[in-house]
Ligand binder design. Sequence first.
Ligand code: SF4
Ligand code: SF4
Length: 286
Amino acid sequence: MKQILIISGKGGTGKTSLTAAITRLYDDIVVADCDVDAPDLHILLKPDIKERSVFKGGKLADIDPEKCTECGKCTEVCQFGAITEDFTVKKFSCEGCGVCVWNCPFDAITMYQKESGEYYISEIENGIMLHALLNPGEENSGKLVTGVKQKALTFAEKRNVEFMLIDGPPGIGCPVISSLSGVDLAVIVTEPTKSGIHDLERVLKAANHFGVQSKVVINKSDLNPENTEKIKGYLDKEDIEVLAEIPFSSRFIEALKQAKTIVDFTPDGIESQCIREIKSKLDKLI
Ligand code: SF4
Ligand code: SF4
């Protein structure tokens, strides 16, 4: 079983549309939406949620009023102003550092894991989808990404599928690092803009750093042929394969408006041919 991660240096490159479209071409697949800060794969794949579970992210301090003598030591040491004058913890200010626990002379403070979001195990028409949602204002998306991936891996092994597809987070932050771990291939989606080239270089460096092989899809490749050539020249030098060049098409937008993948919206269109070309190249990985 091969784990394929689809990522991009920034949001809005068409990464999720591509993941959803490739997913639809398999008879049985496990797909994970690891873009947990802004998940939208569900819009196109319409998962039927079968199971929910709580995601416990960071820790919070809690003061036991029975034990607290109101000595004030915790307010002195808390660098985040998270303890009120009447010695309760402000949930949205506490960073979970634990300094107050170490400093309370009366063992009145304990740490507990807060509920930061939810995991979902869902059925899609042709397989299983694992996804999640962080509660508003919550962090720790790297940990949630790891959780979603681990759950997806369990299902992929159980169902003995050939591929597990992962819609990764954009950028090169902590969630992307979490999503890169253990994958067989990173498919990087880029666009021929100046910032697109820069973002591509950054994300390639991150994948290289973790020893993950990369291949590239150039989306909207005809919008700036000069930049597309620059990208191809750079990738050629780095010995990185271009899986496909997808021309700009307003049909991607039309498909999105109807909450359909491009391969469902226009099965015989040039766009769908590009997606099938990508799939056939991915199939050679097995
Ligand atoms: S340090 Fe402990 S005892 Fe002192 S005010 Fe804080 S919680 Fe209460
Ligand atoms: S855990 Fe850290 S941030 Fe939270 S109340 Fe204690 S000292 Fe302040």
